[in-house]
Design a protein around this ligand. Sequence first.
Ligand SMILES: [Zn+2]
Length: 229
Amino acid sequence: MKRFLFLPVAIILVAGCHRTDPRNPYNLPIANTMKTYLEQVKENPDTELVDLEEVIPGIALHIAYATEENFTGVPIYTSAKAFLCHPVAMALAAAQDSLTKKGLGFKILDAYRPYAGTLYFYKVYPDTTFVASPRTGSIHNRGAAVDLTLIRLDTGEELEMPTLFDSFSDTASHTFTDLPDNVLENRALLRGIMEAYGFHSYEAEWWHYNYTNARSYPLRDISFEELMK
Ligand SMILES: [Zn+2]
């Protein structure tokens, strides 16, 4: 009888030695300390996460995840901040410059997102069309994706778009065309300016753009507060 008991006990003991880090259950290469982050930046300055409000003075932000007004119903971020990796932020600044001439501006809805946010989003809404899989991480975790819309600079009013931000519906897709002409034009205007500055659209969400070679930027789980220090 003892022989039969040995195997399960041995499995439990071995499994106990390999506890995964709950902050990184899929063992992804995630920088989750400032020490690792700073080493990455020293090795490749392009991976520095820069504050968009410093790169684009006066940029409009509406960071829904810093409020309860998001699909999770709770604040995910403790500050309403937007960070992007340096070349991504510079491309967005150049795009904003060209928009200013038309009297338009960007309103940033989300930018860099610590990996902890991606883990939590998937727990709340496990559908990888609209929420990144925690097995791969999100491009937002790499500081190379931005969610945004357009505003009129004189009034701050948003241009009408197909849906609200994070409306997880077919209407949010670039392929959805049963919309008023002005809405189709606004969506195309945002897409045109983003593509002209090196960003790529994501079919399911009109508001989401990835920068060129987005996956070359490292995954991070560093809080906004740590980045602001
Ligand atoms: Zn996004």
